[in-house]
Design a protein around this ligand. Sequence first.
Ligand SMILES: C[S@@+](CC[C@H](N)C(=O)[O-])C[C@H]1O[C@@H](n2cnc3c(N)ncnc32)[C@H](O)[C@@H]1O
Length: 211
Amino acid sequence: MRRVNRLSLEELAPHLLETPDPPRPLVWSDVFGNDRPVEIEVGFGKGLFLLTASEACPDVNFLGIEIVRKYQLFTATRMAKRAQANVRLACADARRFLRDCVSPGSVQAVHVYFPDPWWKKRHLKRRLFTSEFAALCEVVLRPGGVLHLATDVEDYFAMATELVAQNTKLDRLPPPDEKVPAHDFDYLTNFERKFRKEGRPIHRVDYRKPS
Ligand SMILES: C[S@@+](CC[C@H](N)C(=O)[O-])C[C@H]1O[C@@H](n2cnc3c(N)ncnc32)[C@H](O)[C@@H]1O
């Protein structure tokens, strides 16, 4: 992984969110120090989406949940260098974190971009998008809130859209447009950049929770 200049844990601390122990629902105004709407990205990797979105929408609070600690620290470093006050980053399994630490109906959007497919039978239990996960997304969204999903894997897309249809009452929206990037950081995420440069089609869908 390309290094971002090292910062101390004290310098990263404003962006790091500990999972409550014992697990319990977080109060967003305590986490962010304000009552602005909250959006969650699951599996943020190197954090390009959080960086772009949090700069573009300073009146929105962003929580990233990432299972790999080195990505949490890498992205926290990027946020700390820009003093990006509206981003917090948890290192956790998002399936448990959404279930235990996010209050029902408290989130404006959930973003899931390029989840690992984990096709092999022995890896199935690592797969993020399951019927439980689809149902959890619906539970944490507030009425009118939106679930965003993008993947390069057609079969994963088919599986995920089927799970949402079967397990939730979320309304499927028209697919979002694919914009032409103006520069090398003008992509949704790092994986989007990689796959689009390889010429792979990207499958996208948005869902809205009925009001
Ligand atoms: C293929 S990468 C995509 C990263 C980023 N979304 C992007 O598009 O560039 C998938 C990411 O999801 C993370 N991840 C996988 N399972 C997860 C889970 N259960 N909870 C949170 N993050 C998870 C992985 O560590 C990895 O960073």
